[in-house]
Design a binder for this molecule. Structure first.
Ligand code: FAD
Length: 390
């Protein structure tokens, strides 16, 4: 272990908390300063678009209560002087460090204007505000974007009895994540569960009368809307690093061991790194398990130093529920040039698809087939060939 006396962690959510917990577990006895823009104990975001919209309020991450005095709550880092190893915070104060962990996550992409009644979903405040609106009994709920957040919110709003229109730019929602076959199934699944799915269409603006009354579409139509949720993807929080000299390109670009510079590592939604399992393809992953595992490894690697650091090569994996169906992915199906259904069929609402590039597995998608996902995940991690499954 090399000698570091002070470590600063910027971002007090899942990746940041895991990093702090790992530093302590490894016996790091120096000072840790955790800087977090939010005013809450670190909490779990997945319930924000699911159980919390109904009732659940207990989302604090285990171990978050043990953060001591060195947690600067409600404070934002606004600038990094990498050469001088100093951070500037939003109150003008400065913090020096020997090692830095960057875990500032991502924020929702927004349209140019968001009038009252138009929501995004990232924080506990966002979820509580949306919950209050869903309880207020609006007639026309419009969800923009058919990704996992949009799909989950559409599903929850339907379960609460709302009329829901889902507007999505692609021919089938989540095609880039699930591949064409599973995405086609998802489109049917939304429609079978009463969602009015408007595909191949973009939102161009809003009609407003005090609050939102309509959503203007690229095909010239206007949908009536009194509640809108925009789920249009996220942007990594790297603004505070603009003048730092770090390489920023859709996230903080790191090496395969998560080092962005010799004394700096990044983890979670903000980190982009070359994935050794996929030929060094630069990836940024916006999943819970990735943030948790990377937070831990980034801390270990920072303590070990670049020469002793281990690559982060875990397979990305993700699970969601929409209208009662369990949808899981592993690996990076979007890299594939071929795919094959290995179990079930979309018509049965139960199937698993293996994805390959140049004959080698790169990912899997399973719908209501969790055991198949486990099998395909193992095979993908082992870089098995697609033809070994058929
Ligand atoms: C509604 C919702 C549902 C989700 N559902 C799932 C799911 O079902 N499955 C799944 O795998 N993943 C899901 N995710 C994704 C998962 O929650 C994220 O991948 C995870 O939260 C990433 O953790 P993180 O610590 O990297 O970043 P974040 O959770 O984004 O945290 C970053 C923190 O840094 C703070 N910050 C930003 N800039 C600064 C700064 N300059 N100074 C100080 N602090 C700063 C932010 O305020 C934030 O608290 C969901 C996400 C959302 C929003």
């Amino acid at each position: 272990m090399r000698t570091l006396n002070t470590i600063a962690v910027v971002g007090a959510s899942l990746a940041g908390l895991r990093a702090v917990q790992t530093l302590r577990k490894e016996g790091f006895a120096g000072d840790i300063t955790l800087i977090g823009a939010e005013h809450h104990l670190p909490y779990n975001r997945p319930p924000l678009s699911k159980s919390m919209l109904r009732a659940d309020d207990e989302i604090t991450l285990p171990g978050a209560e043990d953060l001591g005095d060195q947690w600067l709550k409600g404070r934002q880092a606004v600038r990094l002087n990498a050469a001088g190893r100093r951070l500037t915070l939003d109150d003008g104060s400065e913090i020096g460090y020997d090692g830095l962990i960057i875990a500032t996550g991502a924020r929702p992409r927004r349209l140019p204007s968001h009038p009252e009644g138009v929501h995004t979903l990232r924080t506990v405040e966002d979820s509580l505000a949306l919950r209050a609106e869903l309880r207020a009994g609006h007639e026309h709920v419009v969800v923009i974007g058919g990704g996992f957040i949009g799909g989950e919110v559409a599903s929850t709003a339907r379960a609460l009895g709302h009329d829901v229109t889902l507007v999505d730019a692609s021919p089938y929602p989540m095609t880039n994540v699930l591949g064409a076959e599973a995405a086609r199934w998802l489109a049917h699944h939304h429609r079978d569960n009463g969602v009015d799915l408007v595909s191949k269409t973009r939102v161009t603006g809003f009609e407003v009368d005090g609050r939102v009354t309509g959503v203007r579409l690229s095909d010239g139509r206007t949908l009536p809307a009194d509640l809108v949720i925009a789920g249009m993807g996220v942007i990594p929080n790297t603004g505070w690093l603009e003048s730092s000299g770090l390489t920023l390109s859709d996230g903080v670009v790191c090496d395969e061991t998560l080092f962005a510079a010799p004394n700096m590592v990044a983890a979670g939604d903000v980190a982009r790194w070359p994935h050794t399992l996929f030929g060094g393809e630069l990836v940024r992953v916006e999943h819970w398990a990735n943030a948790s595992d990377q937070g831990a490894l980034a801390a270990l690697n920072l303590l070990a130093g670049p020469e002793n650091a281990k690559p982060y090569a875990d397979l990305p994996s993700f699970a969601t529920h929409m209208h009662g169906a369990r949808i899981q992915t592993a690996g990076l199906p979007h890299l594939a040039d071929a795919s094959h259904i290995v179990t079930g069929s979309p018509g049965e609402d139960r199937f698993a698809i293996a994805f390959a590039r140049n004959g080698v597995l790169v990912g899997a998608v399973a719908v209501n087939a969790p055991k198949d996902l486990i099998r395909l995940k193992r095979a993908t991690a082992a870089a098995d060939r697609l033809d070994s499954l058929t």
